[in-house]
Write a protein that binds this ligand. Structure first.
Ligand code: FEO
Length: 183
């Protein structure tokens, strides 16, 4: 008896998104290693923690595909891009990666809507919400970088930024979690 409840198109799209999350994890891993080699251990720590978070996203999709009785296709993960030139460019890229990933998730949401696959649509809402946090996190990093002086940031400003990111929570708070007591 065939227990698969995902269409071929949805299964392929989810498998591709699963690999994209694995790719994101590799990107953060490479940025973390690069930052550490430049002496920015706080930034590096932040990226290593985030690499683990992306891997959890990958696992979440993998488990969902299996739960729906479809086939998980574990394929090669593309290599991360070359190392950034500086911290400013690194944070700009992080923002771009997250916005690109949001677009990719939206495309799968659209597919699930077209196919009236409400289980997948509902499952993906977690990712839609998560991406709001991820983009906010990336935007906050860019803001901090701008305050530090952008491309012209002094070593002292970068050191302060590095210390700050060591303790920055992995996720930014999303708008729906904000209250008047905890803005
Ligand atoms: Fe899994 Fe940063 O998106």
């Amino acid at each position: 008896m065939n227990t698969n409840r995902l269409s071929k198109t949805i299964a392929e799209a989810l498998n591709a998104q699963m690999t994209k999350e694995a790719h994101a994890s590799q990107i953060y891993l490479s940025y973390g290693a690069w930052a550490e080699s430049r002496g920015f251990s706080g930034i590096s720590n932040f990226f290593f923690r985030h690499a683990a978070e992306e891997r959890n996203h990958m696992m979440k999709i993998l488990e969902y595909i299996l739960k729906r009785g479809a086939i998980v296709d574990v394929v090669a993960i593309p290599a991360p891009p070359e190392n950034p030139k500086n911290i400013n460019q690194c944070f700009e890229r992080v923002f771009k990666h997250e916005v690109d990933n949001t677009k990719s998730i939206y495309a799968v949401v659209k597919l699930s809507l077209e196919e009236e696959d409400w289980a997948t649509w509902n499952f993906l809402q977690w990712f839609v919400k998560e991406q709001i946090e991820e983009e906010t996190m990336a935007m906050n990093m860019l803001d901090k970088m701008k305050i530090a002086g952008g491309e012209k940031a002094s070593d002292e400003a970068l050191l302060t930024l590095d210390k700050d990111l060591e303790h920055t929570p992995d996720d930014a708070r999303s708008a729906e979690d904000v209250t008047t007591a905890q803005p």
